[in-house]
Design a protein around this ligand. Structure first.
Ligand code: 5GP
Length: 199
C-alpha cells in the first residue's frame, strides 16, 4: 500500500444511496479503511449522531472555522454549510489510511485539485431519476419542496459525472459495494506500483 494513504471521494445525487454504500464498505472491517466525518450547519436527522455522522455546528462556529482555515474544502449544499476537516484528513493520511469521504461533487473536484493522484473520485449513479425520486420520498425526512430542490440539483450533478475517475450505477446494493471496493483496490495496486518504481 502507498505509504501516503489514499482519499476516496464517494459522491452521488442526494438520495443516491451513498451513505449506505459507505457504511457497507466500512462494515467489511478492513483496518485500512476509515471515514472522514464532515462538519455541517444542517440540523441532525433522526438517528444521526454528533461526531459520527457529522459534527453539527452553528453557522457562527462554522464561519469561524472557515476563517481559521480549518477546512480543506467547504461548500453550501441545499442552503447549509458542509466542510471537510483538514486536521482529520492529515491525521489519517499520515497513518497511510484509505479515507472515505461522503462529499458533494464540487468538494470532490476540489479534493482532486489539491491531492491529485492521491485522490480517487467515485460517482454513484442512481439507475434512473424515477428511482432517485422514490428513494428520496421513502426517506420521509424532507418536505416536498426540499425533495424537489434535491431532484433539480441531482440533474445538474449527473451532468458532471465525467469529471470523476469511476462511475458506478447503484442497481443492486451488494454489487455496488463490491464494485466500489474493487475500484479502490485497483487504485491502491496502481499507487503501490508507482511507489515501487520510484524507490
Ligand atoms: P446530507 O445533508 O444529505 O447529509 O448531505 C447533503 C450533501 O452534502 C451530500 O451530497 C453530501 O455528500 C454533501 N456533503 C457532506 N459533507 C460534505 C463536505 O464536507 N463537503 C462537501 N463539499 N459536501 C459535503
Amino acid at each position: 500500500m502507498n505509504e501516503q494513504g489514499l482519499l476516496v471521494v464517494i459522491s452521488a445525487p442526494s438520495g443516491g444511496g451513498k451513505t449506505t454504500i459507505i457504511r457497507k464498505v466500512l462494515e467489511r472491517h478492513d483496518p485500512r479503511f476509515v471515514y472522514s466525518v464532515s462538519c455541517t450547519t444542517r440540523k441532525p436527522r433522526q438517528n444521526e449522531v454528533d461526531g459520527k455522522d457529522y459534527f453539527f455546528l452553528s453557522e457562527a462556529e462554522f464561519k469561524k472555522r472557515i476563517a481559521e482555515g480549518e477546512f480543506i474544502e467547504w461548500a453550501i449544499v441545499h442552503d447549509n454549510y458542509y466542510g471537510t476537516s483538514r486536521a482529520t484528513i492529515d491525521h489519517f493520511l499520515r497513518q497511510g489510511k484509505v479515507v472515505l469521504l461522503d462529499i458533494d461533487i464540487q468538494g470532490g473536484i476540489e479534493v482532486k485539485r489539491i491531492y491529485g493522484d492521491q485522490a480517487l473520485l467515485i460517482f454513484i449513479k442512481p439507475p434512473s431519476m424515477h428511482d432517485l425520486e422514490r428513494r428520496l420520498r421513502s426517506r420521509q425526512s424532507d418536505s416536498d419542496a426540499v425533495i424537489r430542490k434535491r431532484l433539480e440539483n441531482a440533474r445538474h450533478e449527473l451532468e458532471k459525472q465525467s469529471q470523476y475517475d469511476a462511475v458506478i450505477t447503484n442497481d443492486i446494493l451488494e454489487n455496488t459495494v463490491d464494485q466500489v471496493i474493487e475500484t479502490i483496490e485497483k487504485k491502491i495496486a496502481e499507487l503501490s506500483q508507482t511507489e515501487s518504481i520510484r524507490r
